[in-house]
Design a protein around this ligand. Structure first.
Ligand SMILES: NC(=O)c1ccc[n+]([C@@H]2O[C@H](COP(=O)([O-])OP(=O)(O)OC[C@H]3O[C@@H](n4cnc5c(N)ncnc54)[C@H](OP(=O)(O)O)[C@@H]3O)[C@@H](O)[C@H]2O)c1
Length: 335
């Protein structure tokens, strides 16, 4: 197998751990001797071993059997080994201490805490490093992680459900606008994000859970509540969740407060006031609109005041397809 084929295998197999590794990126590592695979490792669970450590621990079982020492081996890793002593210690030091002489890397880690420092540690230990192999695929696989570190803010998506006549809800009344299949789709979207944000009115009117109810294991998102009123912290939103509550109204400041955390993506699920307040800023990267064939009529509350508000906010349609009777449209900035 070529380095490229092995890198592709590591990328593909790492994907299995997307929902348990988050908010960390998914990473895979393969150790080879010439063209024989000795071991593989993946970052399986947030807070636990990084991929390279798992691969090295696994390879140790074959010392004296398939190889004599690590200098005979090459380590292939989808992401640059970390240089910071975080929860699990620096992977770059671990690799150097193991005795490798060759390392192949997919993408350089965009996290400023690493950003080339991992490679420096390896090179300073006389390891030959080749980097950039299938970089684009690794970046695409870890879209939120790369976005966060390149733009110094989490990737932000606003998701809304609209009736055919452009309404969000009835005043002070909970109503399901979209089909069950669209709502299942939302559960999967929630599974992708590191945090879910809503406002005080939605909390009071809907008592939403806003967790991801899917049939696979997922690290549930952190919750973020924006309100300067009293709230019931016994409500569904707070159940089994870590919740940040902000009383301030300055959305830039609120989002900025996540720049040095491991939150790389935020899904906003709010009503027209808060959703529009976000859409008016430069903070939002993506807008998802589910439109049902139902009409709410005059008693319904409008999402927008003009027909072309979405375009006026600077969004362009990226994709559109039907889910049951609903239409799902995704818009992106400069898309
Ligand atoms: N169709 C859908 O997709 C959908 C999704 C979610 C909700 N909803 C509906 O939307 C209704 C509520 O809509 P809404 O927009 O009035 O309420 P919202 O989603 O709770 O957002 C507005 C609230 O957010 C808080 N907030 C903090 N900073 C803000 C800022 N800079 N700008 C605006 N608000 C800020 C305020 O809470 P405090 O007043 O508590 O301080 C404000 O009342 C609910 O009844 C729900 O049924 C519909």
């Amino acid at each position: 197998m070529s380095y490229e084929e092995l890198m592709l295998r590591a990328i593909t197999k790492a994907e299995k751990f997307r929902y348990t590794a988050k908010p960390n990126p998914v990473v895979g590592a393969i150790i080879i001797k010439e063209d024989q695979i000795i071991s593989e490792g993946y970052h399986e669970i947030y807070g636990e071993n990084h991929a390279e450590i798992n691969a090295i621990n696994e390879a140790e079982k074959y010392i004296g059997k398939k190889f004599q020492d690590f200098s005979e081996l090459t380590l292939i890793s989808t992401l640059e080994p970390c240089s910071h002593v975080g929860k699990t210690g620096s992977c770059a030091d671990f690799i150097s201490n193991a005795g490798f002489k060759n390392v192949v890397i997919g993408a350089i880690d965009p996290n400023p805490k690493v950003a080339g420092r991992g490679i420096k540690i390896l090179e300073n230990n006389n390891i030959q490093v080749k980097s950039g192999l299938l970089h684009d695929l690794v970046e695409k696989q870890n879209k939120f992680f790369f976005h966060k570190h390149k733009n110094n803010k989490p990737y932000i998506t606003v998701k809304i459900a609209s009736s055919f006549d452009g309404k969000s809800h009835y005043h002070n009344e909970r109503v399901f606008i979209t089909s069950e299949l669209s709502r299942d789709d939302v559960q999967k979207i929630r599974a992708d994000y590191d945090a879910i944000l809503t406002g005080g009115n939605t909390l009071r009117n809907d008592n939403p859970k806003m967790n991801s109810r899917v049939n696979f294991t997922v690290n549930q998102a952190k919750k973020i509540l924006l309100t300067n009123k009293t709230y019931n912290d016994d409500s569904s939103f707070f159940k089994n969740a870590e919740v940040d509550v902000f009383e301030i109204r300055d959305l830039n400041k609120i989002i900025n407060s996540y720049k040095d955390t491991d939150i790389c993506s935020i899904l906003i699920e709010a009503g027209p006031k808060l959703a529009n307040a976000f859409l008016k800023t430069e903070l939002v990267d993506e807008l998802i609109v589910y439109t049902s064939p139902k009409k709410l009529g005059k008693k319904g509350v409008d999402w927008f005041y003009e027909d072309n508000t979405i375009e006026n906010y600077g969004f362009k349609l990226e994709s559109s397809y039907k889910i049951d009777t609903d239409l799902k449209e995704t818009f992106k900035k400069n898309g």
